[in-house]
Design a protein around this ligand. Structure first.
Ligand SMILES: *[C@@H]1O[C@H](CO)[C@@H](O)[C@H](O)[C@H]1NC(C)=O
Ligand SMILES: *[C@@H]1O[C@H](CO)[C@@H](O)[C@H](O)[C@H]1NC(C)=O
Ligand SMILES: *[C@@H]1O[C@H](CO)[C@@H](O)[C@H](O)[C@H]1NC(C)=O
Ligand SMILES: *[C@@H]1O[C@H](CO)[C@@H](O)[C@H](O)[C@H]1NC(C)=O
Ligand SMILES: [Cu+2]
Length: 367
C-alpha cells in the first residue's frame, strides 16, 4: 500500500472509531473516578448497587424520559403549597416552596462552607418530591454547560421543543447587565412546556433588563405573578464554561476551599451558568430556582463536585472550608453543622452525612 493510501486508511479508521471511543475530558475524569465510588458503595451503610440511581445529561435522556420529567415538574407547579400559613404569602404551588426555601437561606448557603452540600441536598430533595409527590420514576438530569457551550439555545435543553426545558425568552431590545452584554432574549419565554408558568416570588436582587416588577413584600416572599423570562446566549458559556475549563477546575485544585471559591468566583462556572439563563428570575441570586432549568444547572454543579471528590476520595470526601455567613462572617463551618430545609424536606442532616453521593440519604452516581 502506498504511503498516501496508508494515511487515508488510518484516517478512516480514526473517523470510524476514534470519535466514538474518546469521550470528553470531563467524562474521562468521571470514568476514572468511578472505581473509587464503587469501593465506597461497597462500604455504604445505606446505598446498594441494586438501589443505585444514575443521573444523566439531558441530551442523553430518552425522549420519553424527558417527557416524564417535564410532566412531574409541571405537577409540582400545579400542586398546592405546603407552607404553614404566614411563611410566604406569594407561595402558591409546591414548586414555590422550594423557591422560598432558597430565598430565605440565600445568605447562609453561598460563599459558605455549606454551599456544595446544601445545594446537593436541596437538588436531591427536589428529585425526591418529583418521585414521591408526582409519580416520577427517573432521576434528576443535568445540563453539561461544556457540551452546549457554543450555542446553548440550540441544545435539547433550551431549543424550545416540547421535550426541552422551554426555550429562550422573546427577543426584546434590552441593556447589558454587569455580568454580560445583552444576549438573544430578554422577554417572556413563549415556547416549550414551561411557557405558561407563573413566577410568583421575588425579585430580591434582580439582574435583568427590563427590571421585573417589585415584590409587595421587602423580603421578596409576597405574591408577584409574572412570566418566566430568559436571556440565553453563548457569551458566558464560550468564555467561562467550556469542557476544557470544567476539566481544569477539577484537575488543578486540590484544596476544597480553592475548589469551591474558584467555582463560585466572579467568572467561575456557577455564576456564568446562572447568568447564561439570566433575566428574571434566572439572574436573581435569591430567586433563581424560580426557573425550572435551575435544577439541571445545580445537578451539574453537584456533578463537578462529585467528579472532583472521586479523583482522590480519601482526601476529598469529608472536607469542608469556609464560614457560615456569605460575607465571611459567622462561625467557621463544621461537618457537624446541620442542614435544615424544613419545608421541602423534614429530615435534618449534619453536613458530614451529605458528603458522599452513595451514603447517608443519597444513592446515586453520574454518567
Ligand atoms: C418508569 O415509568 C415508565 C413509564 O411509566 C416505565 O416504562 C418504566 O418501566 C418505569 N421504570 C421503572 C424503573 O420503574
Ligand atoms: C395558562 O395558565 C393560565 C393561568 O394559570 C390558565 O388559565 C391557562 O389555561 C393556561 N393555558 C394553557 C395553554 O395551558
Ligand atoms: C429546622 O428549621 C425549622 C424552621 O425554622 C425549625 O422549626 C426546626 O426546629 C429546625 N429543625 C432542627 C432539627 O433544627
Ligand atoms: C452521551 O451519549 C453518547 C452516545 O451514546 C456517549 O458517547 C456519551 O459518552 C454520553 N455522554 C454522557 C455525558 O453520558
Ligand atoms: Cu443557590
Amino acid at each position: 500500500m502506498s504511503l498516501y493510501r496508508g494515511i487515508v486508511f488510518l484516517a478512516s479508521i480514526f473517523l470510524l472509531f476514534g470519535a466514538h471511543v474518546s469521550a470528553d475530558a470531563v467524562s474521562d475524569l468521571q470514568d476514572k473516578g468511578r472505581a473509587a465510588i464503587n469501593a465506597e458503595l461497597a462500604k455504604s451503610k445505606t446505598c446498594t448497587a441494586a438501589k443505585l440511581k444514575v443521573r444523566k445529561e439531558w441530551g442523553n435522556v430518552t425522549v420519553s424520559d424527558r417527557k416524564a420529567y417535564i410532566k412531574a415538574v409541571l405537577c409540582l407547579f400545579n400542586s398546592p403549597s405546603k407552607l404553614p400559613a404566614g411563611v410566604a404569602p406569594g407561595a402558591k404551588s409546591r414548586y414555590d416552596d422550594f423557591v422560598v426555601t432558597h430565598i430565605t437561606q440565600t445568605l447562609n448557603i453561598h460563599g459558605t462552607g455549606s454551599f456544595l452540600s446544601w445545594h446537593r441536598y436541596f437538588t436531591w430533595s427536589y428529585e425526591q418530591a418529583l418521585v414521591n409527590e408526582c409519580g416520577y420514576n427517573g432521576t434528576q438530569p443535568y445540563w453539561d454547560w461544556g457540551r452546549w457551550a457554543a450555542d446553548p439555545e440550540s441544545s435539547p435543553i433550551f431549543d424550545g421543543s416540547d421535550t426541552s426545558m422551554s426555550g429562550n425568552g422573546l427577543k426584546v431590545k434590552h441593556a447589558a447587565t454587569i455580568n454580560s452584554p445583552a444576549q438573544n432574549g430578554g422577554g417572556c419565554v413563549q415556547t416549550g412546556p414551561f411557557k405558561n408558568i407563573s413566577v410568583n416570588l421575588g425579585p430580591v436582587s434582580p439582574v435583568a433588563d427590563p427590571a421585573p416588577p417589585r415584590n409587595p413584600a421587602a423580603n421578596g416572599l409576597g405574591y408577584n405573578p409574572r412570566c418566566l423570562r430568559r436571556d440565553l446566549g453563548p457569551y458566558l458559556t464560550t468564555r467561562y464554561t467550556t469542557t476544557a475549563q470544567i476539566a481544569a477546575l477539577i484537575t488543578s485544585t486540590n484544596a476544597i476551599g480553592t475548589f469551591q471559591d474558584t467555582l463560585q468566583g466572579g467568572t467561575g462556572l456557577h455564576g456564568s451558568a446562572h447568568f447564561t439563563i439570566g433575566s428574571d428570575p434566572g439572574g436573581d441570586f435569591y430567586n433563581s430556582p424560580g426557573d425550572p432549568a435551575f435544577w439541571l444547572l445545580h445537578s451539574m454543579i453537584d456533578r463537578v463536585w462529585y467528579i472532583w471528590q472521586t479523583q482522590d476520595l480519601t482526601n476529598r470526601m469529608q472536607v469542608i472550608a469556609g464560614q457560615t455567613n456569605m460575607f465571611g462572617g459567622g462561625a467557621i463551618s463544621k461537618l457537624t453543622d446541620n442542614i435544615n430545609i424544613t419545608y421541602v424536606n423534614k429530615d435534618v442532616y449534619p453536613m458530614s452525612s451529605l458528603m458522599s453521593t452513595v451514603d447517608g440519604p443519597f444513592c446515586y452516581v453520574y454518567e
